[in-house]
Design a protein around this ligand. Structure first.
Ligand code: UD1
Length: 369
């Protein structure tokens, strides 16, 4: 029996682990999976709602680390996860994505000589001012099996000297969740609740420190949103960090005064899927949403200087435009007026990545043991 400890911590992890856990449970005669939630995200709207929407079983263990500085959060996860690995024999630890929980769990497992599989390995923005880039570099340097979503990720890993034997191109597992959920998302009432017509609004998400932690930057982005909202209303589910900053910088009233700029709580997976899949345009600084919009052919503008997901630009619907207000307005109006973004679905974003991932772990295990 292959004992696998799967680790998740933050919102973008949940849609990546759901299909993998499903596949592991389907192979219950050979695999015994355990799910550990670090508690990095803990609000109902940032965590529990996703477990319900994605039909993920409750975590077997919750480390309840909560919010704190990066070093403290990483250290707390490491201390608590070490106890888990001391108490339970594991043949593999599986980590996903690039959040602090991913890196912390990978370090603990590697030091305790438990093989690590990293799902979504090899993505690089080349920008070490992003905490996620540090998490990716460390996790990939330690992982024994690197499961990549696109071929550019393989090239990044090879360039960093990682043995090709450890790398497997498996495709994008987040798209498995997307394809499985799209029918259920049609039952979401979010458009009716917000009084929206499909194709007649934009969706927005924003949470990166580089966009929200500086008052002038955040205020400039809001000015751009107000200009775009003169053409189409913008629905903006607000991440807790962004909400805190809007209040701290006293920008919240400016936003609330504008009836075409509609702020909501963070939405669950199905409501958000229904929302962005019906929108004319998505504006975001998220990583995953760049991929989800590409898979569905929805135009996406990314308010960052770079992306670790270049395939969403070269093949998909994404444009990386930075956060200068005049550029945001110009690019958004260009999409809304011309609607010309051409896209194709990247290779192996086919809804079957989880099967390839679990196959790859079983095969790697046969080699290790
Ligand atoms: C984390 C990830 C980021 C990912 C994002 C998605 C890291 C380094 N960053 O960023 O890659 O894109 O999740 O959401 O791991 N908070 C709450 N409730 C929660 C969670 C957070 O109120 O359930 C607030 C707290 O004030 C906290 C802040 O949000 O300090 C930031 O949370 P944190 O987990 O540190 O990072 P995120 O910005 O969410």
């Amino acid at each position: 029996m292959l004992r696998i400890i799967n680790v998740v911590g933050a919102r973008p992890n949940f849609m990546k682990i759901a299909p993998v856990l499903d596949e592991m449970r389907r192979r219950s005669n050979t695999i015994d999976p355990l799910l550990v939630h670090t508690g990095q995200h803990y609000d109902e709207s940032m965590s529990d709602a996703f477990f319900d929407d994605l039909q993920i079983p409750r975590p077997d263990i919750n480390l309840e680390v909560g919010s704190c500085s990066h070093a403290q959060q990483t250290a707390r996860i490491m201390t608590a996860f070490e106890q888990v690995l001391l108490a339970r024999r594991a043949d593999w630890v599986v980590v996903v994505g690039d959040v602090n929980s991913t890196m912390a769990a990978a370090i603990v497992a590697a030091k305790m000589l438990v093989p690590v599989a990293h799902i979504e390995a090899g993505l690089r923005s080349g920008d070490r001012s992003m905490p996620e880039e540090i998490n990716r570099l460390v996790t990939d340097a330690l992982a024994d099996l690197l499961l990549t979503p696109s071929r550019d990720a393989n090239e990044n890993l090879i360039r960093e000297g990682i043995s090709p034997q450890k790398i497997r191109f498996v495709g994008n597992v987040m798209i498995d969740s997307l394809f499985r959920s799209i029918d259920r998302a049609r039952d979401s009432k979010i458009l009716e609740q917000l009084n929206l017509e499909p194709g007649k609004f934009c969706a927005m998400t924003l949470h990166r420190p580089s966009n929200v932690d500086d008052k002038e930057t955040l205020s400039g982005i809001l000015d751009a949103l107000e200009a775009i909202a003169e053409h189409l209303p913008i629905i903006f589910p607000v991440h807790p960090r962004t909400n805190e900053r809007l209040h701290q910088f006293e920008l919240i009233e400016q936003v609330q005064r504008n009836p075409s700029l509609i702020l909501t709580e963070p939405l669950g997976y199905l409501d958000f899927l229904r929302l962005y899949s019906s929108s004319a345009l998505v504006l975001t600084d998220s990583g995953g949403i760049q991929e989800e919009t590409t898979a569905l052919g929805i135009p996406c503008l990314t308010l960052r200087e770079n992306t670790e997901r270049p395939i969403t630009v070269t093949e998909g619907t994404n444009r990386v435009i930075g956060n200068k207000p005049d550029v945001i307005i110009r690019e958004a109006l260009r999409v809304l007026e011309q609607d010309t973004i051409q896209a194709r679905t990247p290779e192996l974003w086919d809804g079957h990545a989880a099967v390839r991932i679990v196959d790859a772990i079983e095969e790697a295990d046969a080699k290790v043991n």
